[in-house]
Design a protein. Sequence first.
Length: 57
Amino acid sequence: MVYANVTMMDEYLPGMMSVIYGNVSPEEAIAKIEGSAVRSPVLLVALATAQRTKPIN
């Protein structure tokens, strides 16, 4: 659980910093982050693990 949180912060922190200290809107920051074709291997593993461990309702 901590691993997934850290990897998400690793992915989104640059965008949050650009919104806080730069001249970037939140929409632009998210589009830049989520629109990138290359994602970190750590994030891909965390997302795959999270998808496998979702509870079944």
